[in-house]
Design a protein around this ligand. Structure first.
Ligand SMILES: [Zn+2]
Length: 412
């Protein structure tokens, strides 16, 4: 039962409370037993029962809950760096798509990749995310768009979840776009999703959530309703990619369907904000995607002021957000969305856990999982203000140190 002391600032990030309430404790100590937090508080108050336990010093640094990236498309084939250059040179997306680029090229490359290849790449991404303090990652399918290749993506996620050390949450996104082979009969593809893929995936326990991309170029609100209602009968929770380019009332739809989260929301209406606030739906902001697309980001300030919990994630994918740097997403949430560092942190911890209904991670309180990060900074404001590489000195998952800047810390 180790005791971590000499913590300049510890943020407990309680699940309750408002966006900026991160439960700061100065001169703190943290005690964990096995996988779980046993005690947290001021160092002077460490209970007698833990006095004789082995002590480690945080050397005046900051401790936060393990970061949760609650929206990624982690396993995919190929990259699209050529498109990055084309877009910078002014080629419209539709022209890129006409030349065989865009999401269709990722679907083609993902179908061509073996499960082993997809796993190897995703493994590498997760390993690099450890040094950013990312301890849980939500991963979506949606680049297979047929039975065989959607299952392949989800099986990669299951294998990664079994391997650890990160916790992996899988989401089925067969309704990402309509695959080209069904472009003249989209109803047939939706039947494939509802009658075959969803029952198979739920039956194998390959995902906890079903996600639908609601957009003019993807699925209508009515189609999303159909798909997510079927998913619910199979025990899959709902999530939505909503109101990204067009306001189709996606936020209100997420509230109506009791979805755990609505993600993107760059173009959300006041009606949808009110509906989400009433339903308690989490809004997931993806500021890296809006940066790459040159869009205005989600109006996070308006959502927060209306009482909607806002999570912040990377949307890591090869097209619109080819980076899994969650620290950068948090910094953008501050600089472009006027979230305070405390609000951004809550968005990548307690509220990120809420975006997929986990109540055992994202906060440092007794019986929560002992997932935490030691940051080389004295407080949260300074961390996101003095944005720099190498701030994470140690990442701990379930009480085990899984990454450390200094190898000697790995033995502890
Ligand atoms: Zn996405």
């Amino acid at each position: 039962m180790p005791v971590l002391t000499d913590i300049a600032t510890l943020a407990t990030c309680p699940p309750e409370g408002g966006q900026g309430e991160i439960g700061l404790i100065e001169n703190a100590a943290l005690v964990w037993e096995g996988e779980e937090v046993a005690w947290v508080g001021s160092e002077v108050d460490v209970p007698e029962a833990y006095a004789a336990m082995p002590r480690e010093s945080a050397e005046g640094r900051t401790v936060i809950p393990g970061l949760i990236d609650c929206h990624t498309h982690l396993a995919f084939g190929g990259w699209r760096a050529g498109e990055f250059e084309q877009k910078l040179l002014g080629t419209p997306y539709l022209e890129i798509a006409r030349q065989g680029g865009g999401i269709a090229s990722t679907v083609k490359a993902t179908r061509a990749a073996s499960e082993t290849e997809l796993h190897g790449r995703a493994r590498g991404f997760l390993d690099e995310m450890l040094c950013l303090g990312v301890t849980t990652v939500e991963c979506k399918s949606g680049y297979g768009l047929n039975m065989e290749d959607e299952l392949k993506q989800l099986r990669v996620y299951r294998q990664l979840a079994e391997e650890g050390p990160q916790r992996v949450e899988s989401t089925f996104l067969g309704a990402h776009v309509v695959p080209s082979e069904f472009k003249d009969d989209r109803a047939a593809y939706i039947r494939l999703l509802t009658d075959e893929l969803i029952p198979q995936i739920a039956g194998e326990g390959l995902a906890h959530f079903c996600d639908v991309f609601v957009e003019d170029t993807a699925y209508s609100p009515d189609e999303a309703r159909t798909i997510l209602n079927v998913a619910a009968t199979h025990g899959l929770g709902a999530k939505l990619h909503a109101d990204q380019i067009t306001d189709l009332g996606g936020g209100a739809l997420a509230a109506e369907l009791n979805a755990a989260s609505a993600d993107h929301l760059e173009c959300i209406s006041e009606e949808s904000i009110a509906a989400m606030a009433k339903a308690g739906t989490v809004a997931v902001s993806l500021p890296l995607a809006t940066l790459y697309l040159g869009q205005e980001p989600m109006p996070a300030r308006r959502l927060i002021d209306a009482g909607v919990p806002v999570a912040v994630a990377t949307d890591f994918n090869p097209g619109s957000a080819p980076s899994y740097d969650l620290h950068l997403a948090l910094w953008l949430a501050c600089t472009r969305q006027r979230m305070t560092p405390a609000e951004a942190l809550k968005g990548a911890t307690a509220y990120a856990a809420k975006a997929f209904l986990r109540n055992d991670i994202g906060s440092l309180q007794p019986v929560m999982k002992a997932d935490f990060v030691v940051l080389d900074t004295t407080n949260i404001n300074h961390w996101l203000y003095h944005f720099r590489p190498g701030t994470v000195v140690r990442t701990v998952i379930g009480g085990e140190t899984v990454w450390a800047q200094s190898p000697s810390q790995l033995s502890s």
